[in-house]
Design a protein around this ligand. Structure first.
Ligand code: SF4
Ligand code: SF4
Length: 442
């Protein structure tokens, strides 16, 4: 009981729950290599410049597009072949976007995207610039450019420490079904360590903590063995609760302190374990994120498995290669079942930040009116009131939506999960956030 009380939201109710993870479906199986088909569709979300023109020949690693609005993120080809043009289609975020279509020649000819680098010989600024030019984005699903956190990490003056940050590596992977980070970490311990050391240098940090669920005993042992001669890297097992992988929850669990807007206020920079591995791959191989390890799991897929797949391959092609659906009516979710987005079909492509595709049986849901039980409020880790936000959304009361701080929702899915009336509470909060965003833009 004591532990539960410790995990109370600062505003209301308990903020975490143990969920049935279904991780056993994929966490010990071999990663399956997926071949790209005749065409790949590289997502160009937020891209301001398309570099590769129709008819041009590209190789694996050729820079084909670039985002250079508020952030700089180069995009690299994941196959060799010929650029065919741009197609506007559904993307993994649920909306639509331009995709660069490349006809795959099947040769997978490779070129270095940039010169590799030895982090020990690079300055902090050189490492941050390298991270930017390598297009390293958060691989935990968010896809935020990683270099931004490091660019502004220097000289963070916190309540607790000055110029002495801690890197917190998030290897928690708390959503049910997803094991891509786990597999990636277990298969790439050397790269993880290298990436973590390079992150420490890039932030002029004093140390790093790798947070991982306490139930991953084998991996914890392996990690502890690997860091035994690294005095500034510690392994920190954390409870198997959802949403432990959320940045705020994890920072509180590890440091027992809360921050207002960014973990930097406490002298902490948080990155996902797979992002550290991607950074290490860039440093050692001179390659950006062109391949992804993605979990394909759920109760409506024949063979749950982790796949290693070039960015831009459509989910429909991957499903064909791994055995397909086990149920006639299935929901395809880009991401995990709690935070992912249900997409109307499987005709969308893997992105640089994809980590999971969850396939669930589509079951009829008998929704009943709200019981006013307050369970959704009690379960919300953001400390907001989802049921009241739902009601405000129904009548389009934007002022109330704002007052209820709907923008604080992290779309963790807990309110829908606990609702006895089977109301899509999260979806309604999402709609409220959209209303608020639209009103703010006016
Ligand atoms: S989805 Fe949003 S409103 Fe619902 S529990 Fe999670 S943070 Fe709270
Ligand atoms: S959990 Fe469901 S039934 Fe209970 S208050 Fe929230 S929306 Fe209503």
């Amino acid at each position: 009981m004591k532990g539960w009380v410790n995990r109370m939201s600062i505003f209301i109710g308990p903020m975490m729950k143990h969920l049935n993870g279904h991780k056993e479906l994929t966490n010990h199986s071999e990663v399956v290599d997926i071949k790209a088909g005749a065409l790949v569709y590289i997502p160009l979300m937020n891209c301001t410049e398309i570099i590769a023109k129709p008819g041009e020949q590209v190789k694996v690693g050729t820079m084909i597009a670039k985002r250079s609005d508020h952030f700089i993120v180069p995009i690299f080809s994941s196959v060799s072949g010929t650029v065919r043009g741009v197609e506007h289609m559904v993307h993994a975020g649920g909306g639509t976007a331009d995709h660069l279509v490349i006809e795959n020649d099947g040769k997978f000819e490779y070129e270095k995207s940039f010169e590799p680098g030895n982090y020990e010989e690079m300055t902090r600024d050189e490492l941050v610039t390298f991270m930017m030019n390598a297009g390293i984005v958060g691989c935990g699903g968010a896809g935020f450019p990683a270099y931004i956190k490091y660019k502004f990490a220097k000289g963070v003056d916190t309540k607790y420490m000055k110029d002495a940050l801690t890197i917190l590596i998030n290897a928690v992977e708390c959503e049910p079904y997803i094991t891509a980070d786990y597999r990636n970490t277990e298969d790439n311990l050397d790269l993880l360590l290298l990436g973590v050391k390079a992150f420490i240098k890039a932030a002029s940090a004093k140390d790093a903590i790798i947070a991982i669920k306490e139930t991953k005993k084998e991996l914890i042992e392996k990690l502890q063995l690997r860091v035994k001669d690294e005095p500034n890297i510690k392994i920190r097992p954390v409870p198997d609760m959802y949403p432990m992988g959320w940045e705020r929850t994890l920072v509180f669990e590890v440091f027992k302190e809360r921050y207002d807007k960014l973990p930097g206020e406490l002298g902490v920079v948080v990155n996902n374990a797979t992002t550290a591995i991607a950074f290490a791959e860039a440093l050692t191989k001179g390659t950006g994120i062109v391949m992804k390890t993605v979990t394909f799991s759920g109760d409506a897929i024949k063979n749950p498995v982790n796949v290693r797949v070039p960015v831009g391959v459509k989910v429909s092609e991957i499903m064909e290669q791994i055995g397909g659906y086990s149920k006639e009516d299935a929901i395809v979710i880009a991401g995990g079942p709690m935070m992912g987005k249900a997409i109307k079909s499987d005709e969308f492509a893997i992105t640089a930040s994809s980590n999971a595709i969850t396939i669930l049986e589509a079951k009829p849901i008998d929704t009943i009116p709200c019981l006013r039980c307050g369970k959704c409020n009690d379960a919300c880790p953001a400390g907001i009131l989802p049921v009241r936000i739902n009601n405000a959304e129904k009548v389009g009361n934007v002022a109330l939506i704002q007052k209820l701080r709907a923008d604080q929702c992290i779309e963790c899915g807990m309110c829908t999960y606990v609702c006895p009336s089977k109301i899509e509470v999260t979806e309604n909060v999402r709609k409220a956030k959209k209303l608020l965003m639209a009103a703010t833009k006016k």
